[in-house]
Design a protein around this ligand. Structure first.
Ligand code: PEP
Ligand code: MN
Length: 352
């Protein structure tokens, strides 16, 4: 439910409303999407019915659909999300690139310099990895976060990294410019609730088995708690096809633009799982109106400890970026370089 207070409601009335709703079992959060004083009322255990006339200064209690705040109608002009000096959701086709996992400082720095030179805007790399096998490498955790922060210092690239549990949110938020929720966690509701209360943008990947409606309902968990800086990422869904790792649902891009004001990116790496197919997925993403893409690149792809088959070399990534530029100009999107892109792509010469 949403609680719309009168435009002239006093701070005391708002305080009293929140106290009253708390006593009935609701958490209330100011909804940043509206200029007017609108609050989400989020039921916790044992929430009781609420009556509008019991709240002084209340204009209306509005029953909310599961996607009320993320729907296009709520903000027809679209949402822009600012991360590490770039804006996602405007004219720029924002490119996030980097290794699947942070493996070492050298691996991360060399990869970062090469993707920056090719035109990437942001660096990705997992420090907490959600691996299918419990015997596989699970990520460098805090050490990985420290490496990401160091590479941000040395390259100027903002960093995006995954958080896999609610208990890690505070730590990951100390280091990251944007926190990624992976496909396996799209409906990890305690995690989404935590992410709604941090002042950092969130990249919400689509679950491999989830509908658009379930995906948007998951985004609503974050937005309803006061954080409207959410970007969606289509990364392929499970179908009967086995040749590709997943099936890139390219129609999700236009459908999400129709249904929601949140920006959407595409991850052609996890969608296809094969180096040879990533370029075509990237082109389709840009041509279909995605606000950006996330791609896995490794300075030595064959040494990748995770997702090796889909790791692009810096040279392959550079070729793909060059091929995207004419498409971007044909459809009125920009692909500008990071301010430091012309600096050397070798670690020895890093000056930024
Ligand atoms: C990743 O980005 O490395 C990842 C694990 O992706 P997904 O959650 O889409 O599988
Ligand atoms: Mn990966």
């Amino acid at each position: 439910m949403l609680v719309r207070m009168n435009a002239e409601a006093t701070a005391d009335q708002i305080g009293a409303m929140r106290k009253h709703l708390r006593s009935l079992g609701y958490e209330t959060r100011r909804v940043s999407i509206f200029d007017e004083p609108v609050y989400s009322a989020l039921p916790e255990d044992d929430a009781q019915p609420v009556k509008v006339d019991a709240i002084e200064g209340c204009a209306a209690l509005i029953p909310a659909s599961p996607t009320a705040l993320v729907s296009r109608a709520t903000r027809p002009q679209g949402t822009r999300v600012r991360v590490g000096g770039v804006e996602i959701g405007g004219d720029e086709f924002v490119v996030v690139a980097g290794p699947c996992s942070v493996e070492s400082l050298d691996q991360l720095l060399e990869t970062a310099l090469s993707v920056r030179a090719a035109g990437a805007h942001l660096l990705r790399g997992g420090a907490y990895k959600p691996r299918t096998s419990t015997y596989s490498f699970q990520g460098l955790a805090k050490k990985g976060l420290q490496m990401l922060a160091e590479v941000r210092e040395r390259t100027g690239l903002g960093i995006i990294t995954e958080v896999i549990g609610p208990e890690d949110v505070a730590l990951v938020a100390e280091y990251a410019d944007m926190l990624q929720v992976g496909a396996r966690n799209m409906q990890n509701f305690p995690l989404l609730k935590k992410l709604g209360k941090i002042g950092k943008p969130v990249l919400l990947k689509r679950g491999a088995g989830n509908t658009l409606d379930e995906w948007l309902s998951a985004a609503e968990y974050i937005v309803a708690r006061g954080n409207d800086q959410v970007v969606l990422c289509e990364r392929g869904i499970r179908t009967f096809e086995t040749y590709t790792r997943n099936t890139l649902d390219i129609s999700a891009v236009a459908a999400i633009h129709e249904l929601s004001h949140l920006p959407i990116m595409v991850d052609p790496s996890h969608a296809t799982g094969k180096r040879s197919l990533i370029e075509s997925g990237a082109r389709a993403a840009l041509a279909s109106g995605a606000d950006g893409m996330c791609v896995e690149v490794h300075v030595r792809p064959d040494e990748s400890v995770s997702d090796r088959d889909q790791a692009l070399s810096p040279e392959a990534f550079d070729r793909i970026m060059k091929g995207l530029r004419p498409i971007a100009s044909a459809i009125g999107r920009t692909m500008s370089h990071h301010p430091a892109w012309e600096l050397s792509a070798t670690p020895a010469a890093v000056t930024v």
